[in-house]
Design a binder for this molecule. Structure first.
Ligand code: ADP
Length: 488
């Protein structure tokens, strides 16, 4: 039960409803208060108008009845020739008092205690322009607010009496009824708002619950599930974003799975070759030459595997962001010259003319070892695929704006066979090879092996330093790889 309430109070729906209801309550309460106060003011103005009119009529009509009390005579009720029945203009619950010039009461109505009269008179004397508000006590009258007006009544020459007239502010008990009505409306509004608000919030939160449930149930094997919530609102947008994220995750998972499968497959081939070779050698005694051939094959396969594992490790490190990159300002042309010098021997062996073209100085922020590997991969590919007597590979560097930003570029051009257009979009995929038979040169252990990871590594390294790789190629016309780096 406690858990239920804890969940309820923490639920967004509930808090949303509470906020909504609180704001509405404040508004309705404010509005009710305004109406109540306004009504009180209206009643007071009405009472004041009533009193003024009554006082005027009182003065005119009863002047005739009143006369100065004979010298020494008690000024008690009735002695002025005026009885309560004469006060035609007064309602039952209204009170009055007539004060003589000496300030003493000539006559007072039944429920008007002298105490109340004194208080009212004193308050009026302090501020004669404003009607006095005073609550008569239970014994005096019903416990209600009264408004009093004090008006002079000219009776005879030099005999001025003062009439104190009191009328209830709310004679028909409007205010308590109004308060009850407003209170009921308030309670009903809040009740309906709470119910309706909670229902609305619940409806609005439905898609969120769907998303939560889907996310909770999602395992790595059903990444193909989608919410497909086609709503034109914010939640629809959220669901669409969630679906897009799922698609990306699925693609990443697929790539990873494919990568692992490919890597295992790549390693299985040399392992099978080694096993077959050793089994064949051990079948029966062999000549030394045969043993040598077997060991050479095993050595070549071993080298192939070492290189493959090395490449896989490089990619894994780049993927996980754990590659120890030490970016420093480097001159691309200087690194290019270094790599070209190192690979000259390999180029000569393959009868490929490796040279440098225009080498414009261009500073980039990159790690020397990784940049060297990037260029090595590109130049090795050029040497490997640009065969024939006139084969050549040219390396150039320079600087140029790209997308309005200053960039440095390095370009490796060969006059090899070129790459068919349909392969270009997949060239940088891991383990992507155009012609597997051509890249695996088993009889030449020294030749650069073709694992299909070389260009993937090139791209990974370029991206690690904010760069991009471009390829232009046409069958029979050679290939151009250009790597762009933002200039620091
Ligand atoms: P590999 O290690 O097999 O060379 P890469 O990722 O370096 O793998 O290259 C992928 C494929 O792209 C290669 O199989 C090859 O067919 C093609 N390729 C790469 N560079 C060149 C090039 N300079 N000329 C022609 N084809 C190339």
């Amino acid at each position: 039960m406690r858990a239920f309430f804890a969940r309820l109070f923490h639920s967004f729906r509930f808090r949303l409803t509470l906020w909504f209801v609180a704001i509405l309550a404040l508004l309705v309460a404010g509005f009710s208060l305004f109406i109540y106060i306004r009504q009180t003011q209206v009643l007071r103005v009405e009472a004041s108008t009533r009193l003024t009119a009554q006082a005027a009529q009182f003065g005119t009509f009863y002047r005739a009845f009143l006369r100065r009390p004979p010298e020494g005579e008690q000024t008690e009720g009735g002695t002025l020739g005026i009885t309560e029945e004469n006060f035609l203009y007064l309602d039952d619950n209204e009170v009055f008092a007539l004060l003589g010039p000496d300030g003493r009461a000539i006559q007072t109505s039944e429920h008007f205690s002298s105490n109340a009269l004194n208080t009212v008179y004193a308050a009026w004397a302090k501020n004669p322009n404003v009607p006095v508000e005073y609550a008569l006590s239970e014994e005096e009258h019903a416990p209600r607010g009264y408004l009093f007006l004090v008006t002079p009544v000219e009776l005879e020459h030099d005999f001025r009496a003062e009439l104190v007239l009191g009328s209830p502010i709310d004679p028909t008990h409007q205010l308590p009824r109004l308060a009850l009505t407003l209170g009921s409306i308030f309670a009903l509004t809040i009740l309906i708002a709470f119910g309706g608000g909670y229902w609305l919030a619940d409806q609005a939160m439905h898609p969120v619950q769907t998303i939560t449930r889907t996310a909770r149930d999602l395992g790595e094997h059903d990444l193909n599930r989608r919410l497909n919530l086609t709503r034109p609102d914010e939640l629809g947008e959220l669901a669409a974003t969630f679906d897009e994220m799922l698609a990306r995750l699925q693609a990443a998972f697929e790539r990873q799975r494919q990568f692992t499968a490919d890597a295992s497959h790549e390693l299985r081939t040399p392992l099978t070759i080694i096993e077959l070779e050793t089994n064949r050698a051990l079948e029966r005694p062999r000549t030394q030459k045969e043993y040598q051939k077997t060991l050479t094959t095993i050595q070549a396969e071993n080298e192939w595997m070492s290189r493959l594992v090395e490449e896989l490790l490089t990619l894994a490190r780049m993927d996980s962001g754990r590659a120890k990159l030490a970016p420093e300002p480097l001159d691309l042309s200087e690194v290019a010259v270094d790599v070209v010098e190192r690979l000259t021997a390999l180029a000569e062996k393959n009868q490929v003319a490796l040279s440098t073209g225009a080498l414009e100085e261009s500073l980039v922020n990159a790690d020397r070892a990784y940049l060297t590997q990037l260029l090595t991969n590109l130049i090795e590919n050029g040497i490997k695929y640009a065969n024939g007597p006139a084969a050549r590979v040219v390396v150039e560097t320079g600087a140029a704006p790209r997308a309005d930003q200053p960039h440095a570029w390095v370009r490796v051009t060969d006059n090899g066979p070129g790459i068919p257009a349909e392969h270009l979009p997949h060239l940088f995929n891991r383990f992507y090879r155009i012609d597997e038979a051509r890249t695996r040169e088993e009889d030449d252990a020294e030749a650069p092996s073709g694992s299909g990871l070389g260009l993937a590594i090139v791209q990974s390294i370029a991206q690690a330093f904010g760069g991009t790789v471009e390829v232009q190629s046409a069958v029979g016309n050679g290939t151009v790889f250009t790597v762009w780096f933002p200039i620091t």
